[in-house]
Design a protein around this ligand. Structure first.
Ligand code: AMP
Length: 401
């Protein structure tokens, strides 16, 4: 559906044109009319589907038709600083031709930043995008007048609950007038999300787009490999690819900070310049790294889970998983960094003996089997793609008894 038939205000149409948005994505097509109608919404949609614009556009459209006061009208809560900033940037783009303003509020940073955030809350801006922890810190001081908030939006709600923010979210929602519209976006719908929805939404419409399948354009494959061979294989794969065509945008996920640092060191030693991204970096370093990766100054980035969700970095050509992600859903999120918005990309995952079962769960979730590559010739033989029965001896012993 074209955006000009969806009921958004004319000022927004110009913003959309400027951002190069012509047709609504499925989540936008379904969510925008419901939000414009004023109903609460629970939406199951993955990152990469255009879910940000699905809630940002109708809210901006409604606000642009309203008489403005200087109080906050909409509160968007997102799990990470990076996502909050990204949402704020999208709002800035879309609202160019409207008179709405927004401000992101997140943790980290220095004293003056807290003061600037306080000023934004006190003086007022139309839309605040915040992480839950930092908002709670501001709410303690009672200077944030929430009395005119009409829209509460939770983005990546499942992720926020995984991070332990259930109580904070409930307590934030209690500080916002009951007469409001609440929108909950989540990539997955576990029972705790339904419980939260029952708590803070009223008679919501629901839409579901996330069948948790990776975009069709992603070429997925895996290697069955022992842990001590993995870094060497990353290096060999990247070197081979680099010989074929200069690498431009590679993201490697590893679960521990230690592995992230080790991979980076090995790649750098062999002439593959790479950077790392993890929670030991301070806010400024994290922002610099994301910016440099986005504008391709950094071509290879090794990261912990911090980057697995929500962050919109366009055109990543290759995502590598140093380990199988523990949650099958996280696999979809991670490889969702590539092939966004109809591009093609590649995802390669390393599976060790212990993680075969996890990878089988992933294949079940995505309803397809992923190609298992043969290891290069001079590599130690990897595990088989079958479940390792740890207890088989014990069972036999029991039988004999
Ligand atoms: P999201 O799922 O919100 O993270 O969006 C994923 C990417 O798709 C972002 O780069 C958006 O700018 C882009 N996008 C979202 N909706 C559209 C659309 N209707 N047309 C073109 N690009 C879009």
């Amino acid at each position: 559906m074209k955006f000009n038939n969806i009921g958004l205000s004319s000022q927004l149409q110009e913003g959309l044109e400027m951002m190069g948005f012509e047709k609504a994505t499925p989540v936008q097509e379904q969510a925008i009319p419901i939000i414009l109608e004023g109903k609460d919404l629970i939406a199951c949609a993955q990152t990469g589907t255009g879910k940000t614009a699905a809630f940002v556009l109708p809210i901006l459209s409604i606000l642009s038709n309203k008489k403005q006061s200087n109080k906050v009208k909409a509160l968007i809560i997102a799990p990470t600083r990076e996502l909050a900033k990204q949402i704020d940037m999208q709002i800035e783009g879309f609202s160019y031709y409207t008179n709405s303003s927004s401000y992101p509020i997140y943790g980290g940073g220095t004293g003056p930043e807290f003061e600037n955030q306080k000023q934004a809350l006190v003086k007022g801006t139309d839309i605040i995008i915040c992480t839950p922890g930092r908002l709670m810190a501001h709410l303690k001081f009672n200077y944030f007048d929430t009395s005119e908030i009409e829209y509460l939006i939770l983005d990546e709600a499942d992720r926020m609950l995984d991070m332990g923010f259930y109580d904070d979210i409930v307590s934030i929602s209690k500080k916002i007038p009951k007469k409001r519209q609440t929108l909950l976006f989540s990539a997955t719908m576990p029972s705790k999300i339904r419980k939260l929805a029952e708590n803070i939404l009223i008679n919501p419409s629901s839409i579901s787009l996330a069948i948790s399948k990776p975009a069709a354009g992603i070429k997925q494959s895996a290697y069955l490999i022992n842990d001590d061979q993995k870094i060497r294989l990353i290096r060999d794969i990247l070197k081979k690819k680099e010989r074929e065509k200069p690498l431009s945008h590679v993201l490697i996920f590893a679960s521990s900070i230690k592995s992230v640092k080790e991979i980076k060191r090995t790649l750098n030693k062999s002439g593959l310049r790479s950077s790392d991204m993890h929670s030991e970096l301070n806010q400024e370093q994290r922002e610099d790294t994301i910016r440099d990766f986005k504008n391709k100054k950094i071509k290879i980035l090794v990261a912990t889970d911090i980057l697995s969700r929500g962050i919109d970095i366009k055109g990543i050509e290759l995502v590598m998983n140093y380990e199988v992600p523990h949650d099958a859903e996280d696999y979809v999120h991670r490889i969702g960094r590539t092939a966004r918005a109809d591009r093609t990309g590649e995802a390669i995952t390393f599976i060790n003996q212990k993680q075969v079962k996890n990878f089988m769960d992933i294949e079940k979730l995505i309803e397809r089997s992923v190609l298992k590559n043969d290891l290069p010739e001079n590599y130690e033989k990897g595990p088989k793609f079958e479940i390792f029965k740890k207890n088989s001896k014990k069972k036999n012993w029991k039988k004999r008894k």
